[in-house]
Write a protein that binds this ligand. Structure first.
Ligand code: HEM
Length: 165
């Protein structure tokens, strides 16, 4: 079987972004990855403006949701900083901008969340993503959200001390 993949030892490979005859620094490689991610995301309709619309509309639904609204309401008094943080979070995930460098797991472990909370969160997220993005863009974001929700639930399971019978 023949393969046409560029050899891994070639740092430039077939990458159209790499300048000729120049050894890339870590920062340059990171910038190239970010630029490539942003091109891929633009092709499925995702950019900073879209992320802002997603975050605002999604948390607009969360705020008035009968199950999730009260959980957020107990913790968040000023929504704007939380919305900004979530825009940074999604920008880092989709556009590789590295604007979010928090650790969301401990926050969620402390909230006492159960599977129905995650089901509702994901169902509102899926609905909002499909309202705002073409199908392939929406599916990309939903896939990321599902993976993160799964890892939060595994963290919760791992750190929750079982109740005594
Ligand atoms: C049952 C579902 C969820 C609930 C009730 C929930 C609730 C919350 C609350 C109340 C906060 C604010 C904490 C604070 O400001 O102290 C928060 C922060 C956050 N949530 Fe969630 N969340 C849920 C699921 C998710 C999922 C699925 C994601 C990711 C896809 C996510 C990502 C984040 C991030 C990135 C933060 C910011 C953490 C930080 O302070 O750096 N959450 N969440």
């Amino acid at each position: 079987m023949t393969t046409h993949a560029a050899p891994l030892s070639n740092p430039h490979g077939s990458d159209a972004h790499a300048p000729e005859g120049h050894e890339q620094t870590v920062e340059e490689r990171r910038d190239i990855r970010t630029a490539m991610a942003q091109e891929r995301m633009a092709a499925v309709g995702i950019d900073e403006a879209g992320i802002e619309r997603l975050v605002r509309r999604f948390y607009g639904k969360i705020m008035t949701d009968d199950l999730l609204g009260p959980i957020f309401g107990r913790i968040i008094t000023d929504w704007e900083p939380h919305l900004r943080k979530m825009m940074d979070f999604w920008s880092s995930i989709a556009l590789l901008t590295q604007r979010y460098d928090g650790r969301p797991m401990p926050v969620h472990i402390q909230l006492g969340l159960e599977p129905p909370h995650f089901e509702r969160w994901l169902s509102l997220f899926r609905e909002t993503a499909h309202e705002l993005f073409p199908a392939d863009g929406a599916e990309f974001l939903i896939g990321k959200a599902e993976n993160i929700a799964r890892s939060f639930q595994m963290g919760i399971q791992f750190f929750t001390v079982p109740k005594k019978p």
